[in-house]
Design a protein around this ligand. Structure first.
Ligand SMILES: Cc1cc2nc3c(=O)[nH]c(=O)nc-3n(C[C@H](O)[C@H](O)[C@H](O)COP(=O)(O)O)c2cc1C
Ligand SMILES: Nc1ncnc2c1ncn2[C@@H]1O[C@H](COP(=O)(O)OP(=O)(O)O)[C@@H](O)[C@H]1O
Length: 328
């Protein structure tokens, strides 16, 4: 996938999906779907996600925050959907001051040579977010460019998801959103988060050295260094699937099963937050490797045990529970 911050370096012509796309969740996937490469088309236009960097919210508040998909992971997730290009429009005073008309003419038509555009129903653009999806459709129609407006994707709301009566399901539909997914992850409800995402929540990081205690209790753990702006789900123990990543790998296979702990390791008086994974039935050296870890089930909160021996016994139980859940 070609990634650029300059519209001058963008591959053209394009089919454009516009939005912020934090999480690349089910709603985002539906917006992206109409612009994916069409093998039956007579001429090629590059399937292009156009987003803003920094995120407009970060630009206006000046506050750094965490994301479901920090930039590298957004690239990873978009690539696995089949997107060919990511254009990161530098969000600054100049860009934020463009009127909806200027944004369409200058950025989408002149610079990106858009042949087709897709946005979500609640998309807003231009100075003060004054343009709506419908405005975009009208403005683009002047250039004969079709705009797909994708309806808001919903799901059964978390508390009703399993026991709602089918006849009144429309009443309890909730909009799939980045903030809902953050909330569900914070509550440790990984299965609901994964349903909303349309894929497992994933942590991608480099394996770094820890305190070298894991191997002494029979559970070596690969300690992951994650991007600073990655949103973390609630502290505790998870059943996971793991893949090693290489630069060239497009579709990783999550062949390893394991358990992961996110927390401060109070039992061993841990002084910093760590994210560590123990792989089942595997031994070798992972230092320096990049791992992608898919969270499948929350098993329990992190605890302070009275001894390392008690912790070891609990980790043995965690492994049994994770294997049972993952079917390993
Ligand atoms: C499945 C699993 C569950 C864990 N649960 C806890 C826990 O409840 N409390 C805790 O203090 N540490 C917990 N840990 C972290 C251990 O304390 C940690 O793996 C050990 O100290 C080794 O750290 P090291 O990799 O830095 O050597 C857990 C680790 C794993 C792999
Ligand atoms: N089954 C396994 N799961 C995770 N890491 C393993 C496994 N077997 C060997 N390792 C290696 O051991 C290292 C972890 O050992 P550990 O004693 O916990 O040290 P550290 O504190 O540096 O993580 C990992 O980074 C990896 O290189």
């Amino acid at each position: 996938m070609w990634v650029t911050s300059s519209t001058e370096l963008a591959l053209t012509p394009t089919c454009v999906a516009l939005g912020k796309f934090d999480g690349v969740h089910r709603g985002h996937q539906r917006v992206i779907q109409p612009i994916l490469p069409d093998v039956t088309a007579s001429s090629h236009a590059y399937s292009t996600v156009v987003t803003f960097n920094p995120h407009p919210q970060e630009f206006f508040t000046g506050l750094a925050r965490t994301w479901l998909t920090p930039l590298d992971e957004k690239i990873f997730q978009l690539r696995s959907l089949g997107v060919e290009q990511l254009v990161l429009l530098p969000f600054d005073k100049e860009l934020s001051a463009l009127t909806p008309e200027q944004f369409v003419e200058k950025i989408l038509i002149q610079q990106l040579q858009a042949k087709r555009i897709s946005v979500g129903q609640d998309f807003c653009f231009g100075s003060n977010r004054s343009g709506t999806a419908k405005d975009l459709q009208v403005l683009a129609a002047k250039f004969d460019i079709p705009v797909t407006i994708v309806p808001i994707e919903t799901c059964a709301s978390p508390e009703r998801a399993d026991n709602s009566d089918a006849s009144d399901s429309s009443i309890h539909q909730t909009r799939i959103s980045t903030s809902l997914i953050r909330q569900v992850l914070q509550n440790g409800d990984i299965r609901q988060a994964n349903k909303l995402l349309g894929r497992p929540y994933t942590l991608i990081g480099d394996v770094i050295k820890g305190q070298q205690l894991g191997r002494t209790i029979g559970f070596p753990t690969a300690n992951l260094q994650l991007p600073k702006d990655k949103f973390l789900p609630s502290f505790g123990v998870y059943a996971v699937r793991v893949s090693t990543l290489s630069e060239t790998l497009n579709a990783p296979e999550y062949t390893y099963l394991g358990v992961m702990n996110i927390g401060n390791r109070p039992t061993v008086n841990g002084t910093y937050q760590s994210v560590e994974v123990h792989l089942f039935d595997w031994s070798g050296d992972l230092y320096g490797k990049k791992l992608a870890v898919q969270l499948e089930q929350f098993l329990r909160p992190e605890e302070k045990f009275s001894s390392v021996e008690a912790l070891k016994q609990q980790i043995q139980q965690d492994c049994i529970a994770a294997r049972a859940f993952l079917g390993g």
